[in-house]
Design a binder for this molecule. Sequence first.
Ligand code: FE2
Ligand code: FE2
Length: 283
Amino acid sequence: MTIDEMRRELQGRLKKSRFAHSIGVANTAVKLAKKFGVDEQKAYIAGLLHDCAREFENEDLQAEAIKRGIIIGEVEISAPLLLHAYIGAQMVTEIYGVDDKEIIQAIYRHTVGAKNMSALDKIIYFADMIEPNRNYPGVDKLRELADKSNNLDEIILTALSESIIFVVQKNALVHPATIDARNFLLLSKENPKMMYPFLTLNDDTEIVHSEILPDNSVKVYVETPDSKDGFHHMTVYLPDYRIEEIYRYTQQEVEKYLEIIRSTAHLIIRFARGGGFENAPDF
Ligand SMILES: [Fe+2]
Ligand SMILES: [Fe+2]
């Protein structure tokens, strides 16, 4: 489906105000994507479609989740509305033909967040909170923060804290994923992880990696200077090769760099344990 077709399909599916909200999130997400070097088209599509399952009311959400084999946790039993994120993450593929894993994940995580969120996850989560149609006490402070801050983690940390405070004040349940998301950010702030140089390729591409992260993964960051538009980059986590973000690489380039990472992953993990190549013992 083209983006135009997606918009038309969605408009027929959602009530007017929900559709306006979706457009607001898409546009806000693109602005944030521009600012933080995230793929703008993915941000638009994820923002546009994030609430595509909001056509269902509470009882229907539960039935729909059961039908789809989605596990309904304790918190979701009490707050079935949360299920629209997980159902939406399936519907984007079924109805809109979106098979991009980053977009699907951002939609899945948009309501309660998650541990170790990708930049796209964060942008959609936050755009959902501040798009122009939103109106609640404190929204202007978040909008201001988005304008002022150049640190996406700082923005998201505030957003997660605000949403936890809001839920607690309502005397409602806090979803554990929101706590995980916030704890993960605070822990990584307390222990800023160094990035260590690993390889420089003939085309000036740099591959760097982190130490072992709190969840036992290793972040690998690939960056290629481009004379026309700055840097192209991608982030991959070992050991499961989870791609966090890809910015302006072609599919072919992604494959090429993944292959290099695959063939050297054993070394990267070893250096991650030992504080980088330069400090690696017995090498
Ligand atoms: Fe939503
Ligand atoms: Fe939303």
